[in-house]
Design a binder for this molecule. Structure first.
Ligand code: UDP
Length: 246
């Protein structure tokens, strides 16, 4: 059965008040009912980009669900007196959906990552989730005017379409094309194909538990500093929101 979730508005983005388990079960149900859903897993960078960019905000507004990708969003909600139970990240949702798709023999389409990485991602899925049917795939460096990818998705009717093009491309691509499809769960998942392929490492559990996964990533890839500035900027914006409330 499809559940109705409460929403928490953070800088104009309506986050669903849900857990990883509940969200993944809901998406599996949508897939089983042959319904269409668009999931945005939004971190502070996505929230700020939507706040500052009208076109991108219009893409986010088309989402069926926006989940809290990262502790920053959970803490941001707390700052304005709201509660989100836990983070529901793109990578964790991706793994859970693959696990359930494997149990149910459901199908997926993979769009994104480089030409070199994508085959490694596919090899990992074939090994770890042998009952998942891959109806097709395409790397993430393609001509948007070419209809080959949406045509393939329309024809092969996958249950899930994972779009790993990074922000803002993945949400814009889904928002622009979703009207063409009858059903399917569409989800933007950032660098998750690289992580599954073993090209990029996720922070060890210790770093995740102390909520410093972002810091670990910064240490590993110092060039991310520019993008990481979204975190303090987001924090400042949320403090301003709290002030407004008082
Ligand atoms: N990417 C892509 N097409 C592009 C730009 C990026 O497929 O035009 C891929 C890139 O190879 C990577 C993913 O998008 O696999 C997202 O990378 P990023 O590090 O930006 O992800 P995030 O930090 O948002 O998880």
């Amino acid at each position: 059965m499809i559940k109705q979730f409460d929403r928490v508005n953070i800088l104009g983005v309506p986050f669903v008040r849900t857990t990883l388990k509940e969200m993944s079960e809901q998406l599996v149900t949508h897939a089983e009912l042959k319904e269409k859903a668009f999931v945005v897993t939004a971190n502070p960078e996505i929230v700020l980009h939507a706040y500052e960019n009208d076109d991108y905000k219009r893409s986010i507004d088309k989402a069926t669900y926006v989940t809290a990708d990262g502790i920053g969003v959970v803490k941001g909600a707390q700052l304005i007196g709201e509660k989100l139970p836990e983070r529901v990240t793109g990578f964790d949702l991706f793994m859970r959906l693959l696990t359930m798709a494997n149990e149910k023999g459901q199908s997926i389409y993979l769009l994104g990552a480089s030409k070199e990485v994508l085959p490694k991602t596919i090899a990992q899925i074939e090994t770890q989730f042998p009952h998942v049917k891959i109806t097709g795939s395409h790397h993430g460096f393609f001509d948007w005017a070419d209809d080959a990818i949406p045509n393939e998705i329309r024809e092969t009717k996958p249950d899930y379409v994972f779009v790993a093009l990074g922000l803002p491309r993945q949400e814009n691509w889904i928002a622009q094309h979703m009207d063409q499809f009858d059903h399917g769960v569409f989800m933007g998942i950032g660098g998750s194909f690289d992580v599954l392929a073993g090209e990029v490492k996720r922070a060890p559990m210790f770093w995740q538990k102390i909520h410093l996964e972002w810091f670990y990533r910064l240490l590993k890839q110092p060039s991310r500093i520019g993008r990481m500035m979204a975190l303090p900027r987001f924090g400042i914006k949320m403090l301003q929101e709290r002030k407004k409330q008082r």
